[in-house]
Design a protein around this ligand. Structure first.
Ligand code: C5P
Length: 403
């Protein structure tokens, strides 16, 4: 979680049983390189000890407007932070925040903070669904605060439903996503990235072709994420309905595999990274008719002679120098891991992104994808179903580990 390195986070803990998760949350934040100061309401201290949190955060925990004979400067604290996170946020604290009530240090810091504020509700089912809680939450969202949604499951009361505070990993992820968007780390600055995407259309005659359902969405997501990280993209895109016009992404429109090969070869010679996300037609008609092929009377069958298309990825695999990174995709329906690692070796990939057509929501035309990365040393890394943008981040993280 590079985006959290050096970030100053105030964690406000309130009195919900989910307060026990705050210890894990602080640990994860500190591990990500964030500096964490913890504030607790009095009732939070009955659920988890300030000593645990001061040890993990390496800062004294603030529990009152005055601690001993020292005054806690809530204005200074509010200005110090890059983000204030209230987790768990009880119905009581949310109500106070929504109405400007300021009877403890946490609410005082909330009212004086200029940084983004996140709140992660943690409460029982009926408290969560109560109209007053929902109205308070709506007010807080309208003020520009950000909610990290509670999750569903078994609650401390034994009831089952929504209200469980998000797991610490998900709290960290929400912050990471936020900081990535506001100031993405320029980890690919100066890098040129070739991406092939979309289908190829192989003409049979001027009006017909052999093609496939690839949408090019995964390639587009990768291109956007490379730009977010400061890289330059050359996107060799087959016929796709996508409209891509964004600074940092040069789109080279092609139709056939041969055209994709010519463009990719030329660009790869100057590129640092190549990601082969295109669904290239394996074969093309040997001859494309000049005129539209007409039905002949009595003709019940017709044959189109096909010839193999060049393997663009494998061609780049042969050109590849030791400083270049080459990543491929594989869509396998049988023995996916075995076939993917065979393909990885054959084409000279550094790693291969295996995706499945069998998973609901994954593959062609979806906005989500579920991938497994297979590396040269046969190590594998599996991921959950995610948006293609999040999948692109996982792929780029793996590439950055190689470079
Ligand atoms: O062999 P298969 O088509 O399964 O390999 C998939 C990978 O190889 C993808 O990364 C795809 O973009 C690339 N490929 C290519 N040229 C081809 C066929 C596949 O670049 N002719």
């Amino acid at each position: 979680m590079k985006s959290l390195a050096g970030k100053k986070i105030i964690l406000g803990i309130t009195g919900s049983i989910a307060a026990y998760k705050a210890a894990f949350f602080v640990r994860l934040l500190v591990k990500s390189g964030a500096e964490v100061k913890v504030l607790m309401t009095e009732s939070a201290t009955t659920f988890i000890s300030p000593l645990t949190l001061s040890t993990l955060s390496k800062h004294p925990v603030i529990t009152g407007i005055a601690d001993g004979d020292e005054w806690s400067n809530h204005v200074e604290l509010g200005l110090w932070a890059d983000a204030l996170v209230i987790a768990p946020a009880t119905a009581n604290t949310l109500a106070k925040m929504a109405n400007g009530i300021c009877d403890n240090i946490l609410n005082a810091v909330y009212l004086s903070a200029r940084c983004p504020v996140f709140f992660a509700p943690g409460m029982d089912l009926d408290m969560w669904t109560h109209p007053s809680t929902q109205a308070n939450i709506q007010k807080l969202l309208d003020y520009g605060n950000r909610m990290i949604e509670p999750e569903s499951g078994e609650l401390a009361s034994g009831l089952i439903g929504k209200g469980r505070m998000a797991e610490p990993e998900n709290l960290v992820k929400a912050l990471d996503d936020f900081f990535r968007k506001v100031s993405p780390s320029q980890t690919l600055a100066g890098k040129t990235v070739l991406i092939t995407a979309g289908p190829t259309y192989e003409p049979i005659d001027p009006v017909r072709f052999i093609g496939n359902h690839s949408s090019g969405k995964m390639g587009k997501a990768l291109a956007e994420k490379v730009v977010e990280r400061g890289g330059q993209v050359k996107l060799v895109l087959g016929p796709s309905k996508l409209d891509i016009s964004q600074p940092g992404i040069e789109v080279i429109r092609i139709t056939t595999a041969l055209e994709m090969l010519a463009a990719a070869r030329e660009i790869f010679a100057q590129a640092d990274i190549a990601i082969m996300a295109a669904a290239v037609a394996d074969f093309r008609p040997k001859f494309a008719a000049k005129e539209k092929i007409k039905k002949k009377t009595g003709e019940e069958e017709m044959t189109i002679e096909l010839v193999k298309n060049p393997d663009i990825a494998a061609t780049l695999g042969k050109m590849k120098t030791k400083d270049q990174v080459l990543v491929g995709f594989a869509l396998e329906t049988e023995k996916p891991l075995v076939n993917a690692s065979r393909k990885l070796a054959k084409k000279g990939f550094d790693f291969i992104v295996l995706n499945s057509l069998k998973d609901e929501g994954a593959g062609f035309n979806h906005d989500t994808n579920r991938i497994t990365l297979v590396f040269k040393d046969n190590k594998i890394k599996e991921f959950q179903l995610k948006s293609k943008l999040d999948v692109a981040d996982d792929i780029l993280d793996a590439i950055e580990q190689i470079i």
